[in-house]
Design a protein around this ligand. Sequence first.
Ligand code: NAP
Ligand code: ZN
Length: 360
Amino acid sequence: MAKTPETEHPVKAFGWAARDTSGTFSPINFSRRATDERDVQFKVLYCGICHSDLHMSKNEWGFTQYPVVPGHEIVGVVTEVGNKVEKFKIGDKVGVGCLVGSCRQCDQCTDDLENYCPKQIISFNSTYVDGTVTYGGFSDIMVADEYYVIRWPENFPLDVGAPLLCAGITMYSPLRYFGLDKPGLNVGVVGLGGLGHVGVKFAKAFGAKVTVISTSISKKKEAIEHLGADEFLVSSDPEQLQAGASTLDGIIDTVSAVHPLAPLLSLLKPHGKLVLVGIPPEPLEIPVFPLLSGRKAVVGSVIGGIKETQEMIDFAAKHNVLPDVEMIPIDYVNTAMERLLKSDVKYRFVIDVAKSLKSE
Ligand code: NAP
Ligand code: ZN
């Protein structure tokens, strides 16, 4: 008989899955592999909800394998370790982000850039080395090779810290790589959502002057008074954009939907970089004239490698960079996804998995 998600592995697991392009979530019984010699198994305590989980649950990128159990900002406490595990022991606080596998041999892997390994394996909706589909953190337990498990700093909160595992590293990595981590630089962040608000906090921690570019005027007061942004531009207001022309050294664009890039390019100084991290389901148009005049660049960036993710978490703990989250029970996930689509969350939903996920 063909194996199902419930029977393909020996360890019983329970979670919430989307089953078709409606993206509606409902409970699912599935299974996890037995803890292998280099694996860490952990009880999931909290899991953030990233807009990628929403894109994927509705098959907006065209490669969803249903049923899909998303969640890639996964934190918890170790319950079992394989006999060759060196970094972790039972009871340790840990996290897993987007990555659960890579070839470990290519140039990218040997450079600690597993996030650019062509054979990378993502923590959900990906095919693992054993040929089975990976399931993410909207579930009671998780198992991963210790190489991809992040050590949680002492006294750093697991609940509000969870979104750093995707939102945090996705902003930290390009700020570092593109040299936007220097005090006094002018950095723009487009879209004040889960990624954007963490980006503001990291850029401020690096000493940058931060300009938020947003569609939501309602977010202005809080962005400046609470998140520490220095400027706030409403992207639909030509006068505000004109006033900000040629002021920014770099911009990280987190927008999840199709949007015009010309107004953003106009905000860059000559040689400025527009770093795309948002992943709209349709292509964006790149206007060429504003690129040429000023030798500007449009580039992309995806999460970060494992070493850099650990560095980011340790930096966040040291500098008290913590996401602002709305904690929810798992049976609120369908409403949470509707609200996320409307940019109606300040600024990241986190599921209180251990408290609210009850197997049937
Ligand atoms: P989010 O919380 O929904 O934030 C996205 C923000 O974009 C919204 O809060 C909104 O900010 C703005 N926005 C939404 N619709 C817009 C529109 N039509 N036009 C202009 N602005 C709009 O999402 P997220 O979790 O931060 O994720 C953002 C994107 O990054 C998603 O596409 C996700 O898949 C992608 N992502 C990429 C990576 C990577 O490694 N590259 C990692 C994680 C996520 P304002 O209200 O301020 O305008
Ligand atoms: Zn994500």
